[in-house]
Design a protein. Structure first.
Length: 269
């Protein structure tokens, strides 16, 4: 790919979302299978041994890159397979090393944010853990524990940390993979791209937020009407929406850095 940084309009954020759904419609089962498998791989370390949960955090940038590669395959008319998981490590030793450093940096920073959030009010977290560990937790007790000021402040801190970390790490794995950038250059270029195209990314985030809230509202209504019967719908809706979201990541990268892919996948079908 020919990479160079460019500025795009705010409306491009909508296009990225639309292309994410278009990619999903082309290969829904392959992409959902990839998403499900990668989620399983991310959760396994923490299930085997709790301290290994930090390894899952380190794998998140690679997870995003894998879905960018999957969307690229779909745009080219192919079907992504699980073998795509190893592609980032089959280029050069320098790029492998850079991807590992990006993952380690992201994971450690996010882990420190979680630790800082936990330290805001350890008593509140302990009480929440005690309530959730009960054999038959009281819904009112759970609601009260989640509403504790320490928990709310911790959640806000984590949300802020995750948002800030997205800026330098959003495009960094893709810049290393397709552009051969070093770690520092990739982080800087990603930050610059996010800043120059902040209007497009704001629209992109708002549209996905609106989609999530709308789906949640509809599913809450169905859950109230159907009860436990609606649970499979909740799972499927979450899987579909999450897969489409990750499918859209590639198009934000394409618009910010490259020009040799379709402007709109719907028009190129």
């Amino acid at each position: 790919m020919v990479l160079y940084l460019r500025k795009v309009g705010a409306a491009n954020g909508i296009k990225w979302v639309r292309n994410g759904w278009a990619v999903f419609r082309r290969r829904p089962f392959a992409l959902m299978a990839l998403y499900s498998f990668t989620c399983l791989m991310l959760t396994l370390p923490g299930l085997v041994l709790q301290p290994l949960g930090v390894l899952s955090l380190m794998l998140l940038p690679l997870f995003s890159l894998v879905f960018m590669l999957a969307s690229h395959v779909v745009v080219q008319g192919g079907t992504p397979a699980l073998g795509i998981l190893v592609i980032p490590f089959k280029i050069t030793a320098e790029r492998r090393r850079a991807q590992l450093l990006i993952g380690i940096g992201y994971g450690l920073l996010l882990f420190l944010a979680f630790q800082a959030a936990h330290g805001l009010d350890a008593t509140a977290w302990q009480k929440l853990g005690e309530v959730l560990s009960q054999e038959q937790p009281d819904p009112q007790a759970i609601e009260a524990a989640w509403s504790a000021p320490g928990i709310l402040n911790a959640m806000l801190l984590v949300a802020l940390a995750v948002t800030v970390l997205q800026i330098p790490f959003w495009h960094a794995p893709a810049l290393v993979h397709w552009g051969g950038h070093g770690v520092a250059q990739a982080l800087f270029s990603s930050t610059l791209a996010m800043w120059r195209n902040r209007a497009a990314f704001a629209v992109y985030a708002l549209v996905w937020l609106a989609i999530g809230l709308s789906c949640g509202l509809v599913l809450d209504i169905l859950a109230a009407l159907l009860g436990a019967v609606a649970m499979p719908l909740l799972f499927v809706a979450g899987l579909v929406t999450s897969t489409a979201f990750y499918g859209s990541l590639y198009f934000s990268f394409v618009d910010c850095f490259v020009t040799d892919t379709p402007e709109d996948i719907n028009r190129s079908a």
